[in-house]
Design a binder for this molecule. Sequence first.
Ligand code: ADP
Ligand code: MG
Length: 580
Amino acid sequence: MIDTKQTGTAASAPSFPNQVTGMYILARALKRIGIENVYGLVGIPITEAGYLIQGQGIRFVGFRHEQQAGMAAATEGYLTKKPGVLMTVSSLGFMNGLTATANATVNCYPMIQISGASDPRMVDMNMGTYEQLDQFNTAKSLVKAAFRCYTAKDIPSAVYRAYRAAVTGRPGGVYIDMTTPALGEVMDAAEAEKLFYEPVDMYSPVAPNQASVDRAVDLLASAKRPAILLGKGAAYAQVDDKIKTLIEKYSIPYLPMSMAKGLMPDDGPLSAISCRSTIMEQADVVMVIGARLNWMLSFGKGKWNPALKFIQLDVEPQEIDVNRPIAAPVVGDMGLSLDAILAGLASKKMAADPAWVTSLQAEAKEKNAKFAARLASNASASPMNHWTALSALKPLIESNPDLILINEGANTLDDTRDTVNMSLPRHRVDCATWAIMGMGMGSAIGAAVATGKSVVAIEGDSAFGFSGMDFSTACRFKLPLTVVIFNNGGIYNGIGKPMDATTDPAPTTLDINARYDKLGEAFGAQTYYVTTPSDLKAAFSEAVASKKTCLIDVQLAADSGKESGHIGYLNPATLQNITV
Ligand code: ADP
Ligand code: MG
């Protein structure tokens, strides 16, 4: 008997009566654990595994660069709370993918990188085998957990445990070193089937201890000027209703981190998104929900009122007291922590001063009016600047709230984040904790594949360059993605002047005259080149409505945008401005 499950493979793969390979066992393990999509780039030694994975009815999304496949897997993990899976070849493919897996770990996105790897005995003896690299030990320090499969028998256990490790506790990236001996091993099909088991309780939420909940409840109830800071951990946890209840029932103003935008509406009556400094300086108790007091929050120092007391909800005990002592840590799963806090608050009288919310609302109104005036004054600038383009896009995106927005760049990131209000949870993915460039196409593809929704990526021209080739992947898979490129001709802007008398471009200079739309044309995308806000509006509306893969090249002025966007203070020349 020929095992028909083994057919549909690459070129001349051999099949064995009643026998299966490690590659088949891998495909089955992924299927059995509920993986629906695998992102990767095949080649020796995983090509046939790619076919077998497809043969299991799993979608195999083949990329042009492993880093982007990894960004897609990470984004699927963030949006679905199930690990995204990345498959890479050995050596450089492994390392290209590892950058995304490391980024996922830093951002607490669950994902699993499975990489083909050379025979570990030959690697360890430095025998110069094909693509020789000690991938297992290279990956270890950058991931949450790592496994190495020496034999086919190791594979189901490695896959199931990797899944558990990726989603349990603080989510993160997990690595599986899939050695060629394991992939190529031939096993009796009946014996292989015995390796599979039904893993129990793959995500086991841990409740916080009651004393910590009581402490947090007492502190929050006693606050005169309370606020809630929402991070992407809060969005990830999918506890939207509990957060809404906490905020609305107790009238607590909230401030979202960039990827928590939309968890509660940015323009809601309790949104303090435009009153960040006031919250930092005047709140007396701030409840941090799934965010870290890292560089993005001035390490909880600087502007933050030294007398302010923090409550922090986090699944990771080591996150507590990192940069500032936390008065009331609540360590546990977000859903269970919020349940316990809501139960505790039910019998409490809140001490909040009603004037706190009204003063924030008045401030928000004034700041929002100023921001609107700034947008309006740029709305018809010619040539366009970032604000002109965003004035055109803002109403179109906001009136289509179910669009998932992917966003990277420097000024393009900062200005889009500040301009476009979000109103649904997990509809914004950006370059996040490491503020990296080069997540755009991968994340956009991952978001479209994982959710089936329409996606818009707003990209700086430099940012797009890192992942641009994978726009072709979106075209091949016919994804409903509209990529909008803000071309100001450079990193930060296109007016850099070399210090020397060189005829070379400045380090920040790219191509102000580049026609990114023509790049899209090469892959059959629907493309647009626009120089005015009215053309941008028309192009964007048509592109999104088409549900096709579209690219809009938005011509900006070369002098639009400033160095480093909003974080110029982190450049060494000005580093003295921040002391930790
Ligand atoms: P942001 O960049 O938006 O501030 P961070 O990535 O810095 O967000 O912080 C997210 C935090 O959320 C991390 O400290 C992480 O441990 C925590 N977290 C993630 N998932 C959960 C969960 N299910 N329950 C509780 N905390 C979580
Ligand atoms: Mg630019």
